[in-house]
Design a protein around this ligand. Structure first.
Ligand SMILES: [Zn+2]
Length: 159
């Protein structure tokens, strides 16, 4: 059997191309960080507010690479994600005084991922009773703070 070696394809697999129409690829490429509510750009990941927050201060840590899983993201991206998560924890505690935080990955549509094709780590402050009856009964979330206010509150901590 002959083998056709294609080492250039390995590089392609290592560095996935941005996907058209993927907001996690498009937003950092637009370089309008304030309008897009990008709080911080690190080397391999960026930090962005969730436009449909579960609670005030709900942000996401997202690799620049269009990858769907932690496994595909690679060790450097994963390590930086956790460092950014620790920084987010500290800043959210200082800004919102929550009683707890959720951090989570939804891998795949059936696991609850809104954008399953592009990995993102949710970080959100939690308070007792924040999942109120409006969320449970009415599928409506009551967010006490609008997104631009959250942005200006958290932005300074990331510079
Ligand atoms: Zn993407």
């Amino acid at each position: 059997m002959d083998h056709l070696w294609t080492p250039w394809r390995y590089q392609f697999v290592q560095d996935p191309q941005p996907a058209a129409g993927c907001i996690f690829c498009d937003k950092p490429a637009e370089h309008r960080d304030q309008q897009n509510f990008i709080l911080h750009r690190a080397r391999l990941n960026f930090v962005i507010l969730n436009l449909y927050p579960y609670t005030s201060g709900h942000l996401m840590i997202v690799p620049y690479s269009h990858v769907a899983t932690l496994d595909q993201a690679g060790p450097d991206v994963r390590a930086e994600m956790i460092e950014l998560a620790a920084r987010a924890e500290k800043l959210l505690r200082a800004a919102y005084r929550p009683e707890g935080l959720n951090m989570g990955l939804n891998l795949g549509k059936c696991a609850g991922a809104g954008i399953a094709a592009h990995l993102h780590l949710h970080v959100l402050p939690r308070w007792p009773g924040d999942a109120n009856f409006m969320s449970v009964v009415g599928e409506t979330r009551v967010i006490p703070e609008d997104i631009p206010t959250t942005y200006s509150k958290l932005r300074s901590g990331w510079t």
